[in-house]
Design a binder for this molecule. Structure first.
Ligand SMILES: Nc1ncnc2c1ncn2[C@@H]1O[C@H](COP(=O)(O)OS(=O)(=O)O)[C@@H](OP(=O)(O)O)[C@H]1O
Ligand SMILES: Nc1ncnc2c1ncn2[C@@H]1O[C@H](COP(=O)(O)OP(=O)(O)O)[C@@H](O)[C@H]1O
Length: 183
């Protein structure tokens, strides 16, 4: 690489239900890319909500705001050569579309990956106990159960994680990046 060239960045948005596997896949892929010398950030949804989106809840409006904030940060990183991996639910198609448009305006690659784990499987995994809390009547507005999830219509990749190991899912995203000339 010459002193003036720069690696091509991109945003890879992993959208899907709670416990679908978004965070696991982003971390595995991030570790692999870092080991290969790439500049990578995983914009962890929980961390974002603790700081950048502190005070926001899970109403439609708050989720929209949250996704736009994450989208802004990711676009800035990606525009500057970072591979930005975003494991954030982003349940509404219009909020994802606004993020896509932001990337389009700066000519920055934006790839949507649907982590398409069925809700029944997510409920069995229930990594954070949210499905159990919803079933017990102690939580309302859980995405995919009693709150909307609008699946991507034309994602770059669909991951049926119920039939894959985490490694296989992460490798499929890696292959997508390679195919798009982003590695
Ligand atoms: N009601 C409800 N619905 C969905 N998710 C909930 C809810 N309450 C808390 N959580 C936890 O918050 C994480 C979702 O945050 P996100 O920023 O990814 O959501 S969003 O895109 O703004 O909708 C999400 O993280 P993941 O499980 O990693 O997806 C949940 O653990
Ligand atoms: N193919 C797969 N990809 C990702 N996670 C998987 C897969 N198969 C099983 N899992 C398990 O599912 C759970 C997903 O949790 P997590 O990544 O926190 O989900 P999310 O970030 O979507 O809420 C983890 O316990 C993970 O080991």
């Amino acid at each position: 690489m010459t002193s003036t060239s720069r690696a091509q960045g991109a945003t890879v948005w992993l959208t899907g239900l709670p416990s679908a596997g978004k965070t696991t896949i982003a971390r595995l892929l991030g570790d692999r890319l870092k080991a290969e010398g790439r500049r990578v950030e995983v914009l962890d949804g929980d961390e974002i909500r603790r700081f950048l989106s502190a005070g926001l809840g899970f109403s439609r409006a708050d989720r929209f705001t949250n996704v736009q904030r994450v989208g802004l940060v990711s676009e800035v990183l990606a525009r500057n050569g970072v591979l930005s991996l975003v494991p954030v639910i982003a349940p509404y198609a219009d909020s994802r579309e606004a993020v896509r448009e932001r990337h389009g305006q700066s000519g920055t690659p934006y790839l949507e990956v649907h982590v398409a784990t069925p809700v029944e499987v997510c409920g069995e995994r229930d990594v954070k106990g949210l499905y159990a809390r919803q079933a017990a009547g102690r939580l309302t507005g859980l995405t995919g159960v009693d709150d909307p999830y609008e699946p991507p219509v034309d994602p770059a990749l669909v991951l049926p994680t119920q039939d894959q190991t985490p490694r296989e899912s992460a490798d499929a995203v890696y292959a997508l990046l390679a195919e798009r000339g982003l590695l």
